[in-house]
Write a protein that binds this ligand. Structure first.
Ligand code: UT7
Length: 332
């Protein structure tokens, strides 16, 4: 099985910062509550543009970093669970704005697990040899889905985008994806249909008024405890699985980039795995949870800091709505 080589990274983080104290101005909350329970000190919010704007910026930076001509990209693969449109896909918008005129364009939605899902898909496309260079973008504007009167959820999330250009490599790459669809109610955001269909039978709508016009139901809904419990187990399972596929000990992993949902989840899961905290990268303190953009934004930060060294064994691990989870392990 061939591998995936990351030849360029990029990210975009909106300028506007909402620190924990800003939330105390309109909610019954405090830095004293938020920091110890989540690790989050601040998050960035895109206040005046659509989500795809961030995806385009991150993509352009990754393309420039890779030194590739956008015309040589064969596929634009975009992960998002906060798209601007039902259609077209975000991938089509990013394909147009980046000048990737010869690329196919596909969106992926496995929520916060999206970047890992896209890496898994990219590996399979690259293996066919018909696709040589793939642009992966994860772009998320969670602020558009949050109820800012719900203190338990709105403090957790932010907005950002991350991107990578990848090509085939001879080095090993292993990945696993999993889903527990029966737990979907632990974390979801309903689509806001604004139907005037005269045949709609509200009484018979078994899915809790899916055609209802705007209501609180259209915001992100979550059972934080259920997600927390699922996350710790899923991360443990996923990392063990990919390390076993690769045939290495957990101690042989040089760097873990986990999904940044809660610092306590990350610590608990990596402690269970026996991976030392120095090997685990986090930026949740400054970014909050930016869903599928967490991992590529971390990756870009590490790359810019010169901390991605040739030969390193890196593991991405994440979980999200679905509920989904996954991991991949590869060498830089
Ligand atoms: O990427 C996947 C999405 N991520 C998630 O869904 C997050 C996963 N879960 C978590 O990170 C944690 O479960 C939370 C951070 C959401 C909650 O932490 P917790 O320690 O489990 O708190 P809790 O839900 O048990 O709430 C404890 C108390 C409650 O008050 P009472 O009922 O004990 O009086 C909450 O109402 O804290 C209250 N509370 C808050 N107080 C101040 C909840 N949110 C806040 C807040 N500020 N922001």
């Amino acid at each position: 099985m061939s591998g995936v080589k990351i030849i360029g990274t990029g990210s975009y983080v909106p300028e506007f910062i909402a620190d924990n104290n800003k939330f105390s101005e309109f909610l019954d909350t405090s830095d004293e509550w938020i920091t110890p329970r989540t690790g989050i000190k601040q998050r960035h919010i895109l206040t005046d543009k659509p989500n795809f704007y961030m995806g385009v910026q991150a993509a352009q930076r990754a393309i420039e970093d890779a030194g590739v001509n956008p015309k040589d990209l064969d596929l634009v693969l975009v992960s998002t669970c906060s798209p601007d449109f039902f259609y077209p896909s975000m991938a089509c918008l990013i394909q147009k704005k980046t000048g990737a005129v010869n690329a196919a364009a596909i969106d992926v939605n496995s929520a916060c697990t999206g970047f890992i899902t896209a890496m898994d898909i990219a590996q399979k496309y690259l293996e066919t040899d018909h696709y040589k260079k793939i642009l992966i973008v994860a772009t998320e504007k969670l602020s558009s889905q949050l109820d800012y009167t719900d203190r338990s959820m709105c403090i957790l999330f932010g907005d950002a985008a991350g991107a990578a250009v990848v090509e085939k490599s001879d080095k090993p790459f292993h990945s696993m994806l999993g889903a527990a669809g029966d737990e979907f109610e632990a974390l979801y955001c309903k689509i806001h249909y604004n139907s005037n269909c005269p045949f709609y039978d509200k009484e018979a709508d078994h899915y809790n008024g899916i055609f209802d016009t705007f209501s609180k139901q259209n915001f992100l809904q979550s059972d934080g405890h259920a997600v927390y419990k699922f996350a710790v187990n899923a991360m443990d399972k996923a990392v063990r699985k990919v390390a076993e596929q690769r045939g290495i000990d957990l101690q042989d992993i040089d760097l873990v980039i986990p999904h940044q949902a809660n610092l306590r989840i990350i610590k608990k899961a990596t402690e269970l795995l026996g991976i030392s905290q120095e090997k685990v990268y986090t930026n949740i303190q400054n970014m909050g949870n930016v869903s599928s953009a967490c991992i590529p934004v971390c990756l870009d930060e590490l790359s810019k800091q010169g901390r991605l060294k040739e030969g390193m064994t890196v593991c991405f691990v994440g979980f999200g709505a679905g509920l989904t989870y996954g991991a991949c392990i590869f060498d830089i």
